[in-house]
Design a protein around this ligand. Sequence first.
Ligand SMILES: Nc1ncnc2c1ncn2[C@@H]1O[C@H](COP(=O)(O)OP(=O)(O)OP(=O)(O)O)[C@@H](O)[C@H]1O
Length: 350
Amino acid sequence: MLWVHKYRPTSLESLDYNEPLTETLRRLADKEDFPHLLVYGPPGAGKKTRVSCLLRELFGPSALKIKEEQRVLQAGTRKFDFVLVSSNHHIEINPAEAGNQDRVVVQELLKEIAQTQPVDVTAKHRFKVVVINEADSLTRDAQAALRRTMEIYSPNLRLILLANTTGSIMGPIKSRTLLVRVPAPTTEDIGNVLAKVADAQDVQLPQDDAARNQLWQNISEKSNRNLRRALLMLETMYARSEKIDASTQVPLTDWQLMIDRIAQSIVKSRTVQQLASVRKDYYELLTHCIPETVILKELLFALLPRVSAVAGKNIVDAAALYDHRLRLGNKGIYHLEAFTASTMRILEEA
Ligand SMILES: Nc1ncnc2c1ncn2[C@@H]1O[C@H](COP(=O)(O)OP(=O)(O)OP(=O)(O)O)[C@@H](O)[C@H]1O
């Protein structure tokens, strides 16, 4: 089992950092009138882990006994498959997976769960919880359906929305939910979690405190303070050599290396041939299921240190524009290419 799964905390008591937030969640779980929540924060900050610990606090260990089910939903004449993760007390869905049909997922599944009574009559709370992943990618229609569901089924249903940012979530939803921000762990937090895992796995770390801190600093920087990535990096480093020190190279994943190469090539040469070659790389990344928005963001961060401040500002503007368009449309490759062409033009004019 990967360390990210093996050492994932399963109760509020075992959460490793951000104690005040843990305390807030504990108090919320004790309240009779548990609110709808919008939990937001950067990738790998520990949102989902905290939510599953919260579910355990609300309903006991049975909330962690989850099963996965394949569902077929119908939108007009079209049928599509959908994966549903559930326990006796909650369901977890990712409506954004259904693309433009996300409204159907929200309407059908939420109605169904709101109308069924919990199996466990001895449970502490009588409502069921629906955890909605990637809530910031929901279409306006799906968000409107969600809002109606919140109004109609509030007595037997609580929603926990998970998102990276709250910008694309409509006001009426935000005003009906309690906003819970999960910030990225600090380098020190990351170091503490990694040290604990390394200890449990008998990884040989540097004895010297300074070298050890340098190692955590390197991993924290390379992982962008994403704890999942940091744990995966440490595991990869351990797989390569049992002894790890501050000079051990922090491995990047293949897709990150590829994006770094794309950034390098855009800065170096700005020709039609280059654009065509970058297009092939984008296709390669997309066929390996790297989301377009992630490609755009990583590419922007790989470009910024390589360009002047003025060009950087214009590239950030272009990235914001194409990020917006990516979220509106469904042919991501066009917007990635358009961003590349705009960046090339900005660099040519700089
Ligand atoms: N409080 C914590 N203490 C120790 N480890 C943690 C903690 N929170 C998260 N982790 C570790 O970090 C990993 C990533 O956390 P999680 O999946 O909760 O992040 P996330 O914010 O939901 O990420 P994403 O937005 O990318 O889905 C977990 O698998 C777990 O191993």
